[in-house]
Ligand binder design. Structure first.
Ligand code: M6R
Length: 377
């Protein structure tokens, strides 16, 4: 481990989780550090897989559990967009049992904060037996999953002590984006200036997360006020979909209330039946500079659920006033390119869950029935 004892203390915060949420600008910043050479090429020193093998990859399979799997789902949108490599994301514990098609041309990306999750470790072993190369994205130096993988890309989030993952999630997305950009560079899918433009956008993310943290009072207050809620639904589309599921998971883990994340487009296929007077629904709006249809469709979803009595809580990009008329509460995050938005929109959801669970008097660092590393299958 390259962590010292001081880094593992609460640093004046009430809980490790609160500290770790506030560590996120650093977690992303450190994960981005030292990734370019003097010519401006992206270099991933730890990625010791032969370049010819990486060029011949025809499929990526991301394996992970829980929050790490949601990081993988976010990364899928970016990797497919930048590299044009078909990318599947699968829960590690489901993967082995369905006779997956994996071979020498498959690149498996195993994402694990702890590096000790048994389900993911077993999936990694299985994938390697089938001939796949495995890159681990991991936050814990020298842990088992990176040791048993062909290569590792470390996230530099520092120790994550709270059971509910926060800063590791943002660092995992960041690392997976670096991997996607690296593959795009290697395979010639993107020009150097295009990659540098994304890197420049990523470099702005830590300061933007800090802005979200500095303006968190309103969302904290809402979390506290909603401590009696029995159920909260989360909606998102495109990269906002895994963010919605992550927001719901935080609430389940910490506040022990029913919470579900849905793809906003799926509403009319069933979940809209859940909407009744007073049902709180958190909506993760796509960036207003995203494809017009993407943004407009989520605006319609907000209108639809509001018309059926939902209390709408919207996370939107600064300057996007399109849903103000249909929302009880709107929380703004700084504008950022569509694919990078999860690095910002996740943060208010973490703060919301923390505030709600704290108001209920629960131990946010050690929620009931959960362990930080799940080392059994
Ligand atoms: O250490 P890992 O990233 O492999 O852990 C995976 C999940 O167990 C973990 O993300 C879990 O879902 C967290 N408690 C979520 O907050």
């Amino acid at each position: 481990m390259n962590w010292d004892a001081a880094a593992a203390e609460k640093g004046g915060y009430d809980s490790f989780m609160e500290k770790e949420i506030n560590d996120q600008p650093d977690a992303v910043g450190q994960t981005l550090l030292g990734r370019s050479d003097i010519k401006g090429n992206l270099v991933l020193d730890e990625l010791r897989i032969d370049e010819s093998i990486l060029r011949s990859v025809d499929k990526i399979v991301v394996l992970a559990c829980g929050t790490s799997a949601y990081a993988g789902q976010v990364a899928k949108y970016a990797i497919e967009h930048w590299c044009r490599i078909p990318t599947e994301v699968e829960l590690s514990h489901e993967f082995r049992y369905r006779d997956p098609i994996v071979n020498e041309k498959t690149l498996v990306v195993a994402i694990s904060q702890s590096g000790e999750t048994m389900d993911t470790l077993m999936a990694v072993r299985y994938a390697r037996e089938q001939g796949a190369k495995v890159v681990a994205i991991c936050n814990t130096n020298g842990s088992t999953i990176p040791r048993e993988s062909d290569a590792v890309l470390y996230t530099h989030a520092g120790p994550e002590i709270a059971v509910a993952s926060t800063k590791a999630f943002l660092a995992q997305i960041t690392a997976a984006y670096l991997l996607g950009l690296y593959l795009a560079q290697l395979r010639g899918n993107k020009y150097r200036d295009e990659i540098n433009a994304v890197m420049a956008d990523l470099a702005e993310i830590p300061a933007k997360i800090q802005t979200v943290l500095d303006n968190a009072d309103k969302i904290k207050q809402l979390g506290t006020e909603m401590s009696q809620a029995k159920s909260v639904l989360f909606l998102g589309r495109h990269v906002g979909f895994p963010v919605a599921m992550e927001g719901a998971l935080k609430l389940k883990e910490l506040a022990y209330i029913h919470a579900e994340g849905f793809a906003a487009g799926e509403l009319k296929h069933g979940p809209i039946a859940l909407i009744e007077e007073g049902q709180p629904v958190v909506v993760v709006m796509p960036s207003s500079s995203a494809r017009d249809s993407l943004h407009a469709k989520v605006v319609s979803n907000v209108q639809e659920i509001r018309a059926r009595g939902a209390v709408t809580i919207v996370i939107a990009e600064e300057g996007d006033t399109s849903v103000e008329a249909y929302s009880e509460h709107v929380f703004y995050v700084p504008a950022t390119p569509t694919l990078l938005a999860p690095l910002l929109t996740t943060v208010p959801l973490q703060i919301f869950a923390l505030a709600l669970a704290s108001a209920k008097g629960y131990d946010v660092d050690q929620p009931r029935n959960l362990a930080k590393s799940v080392t059994v299958e």
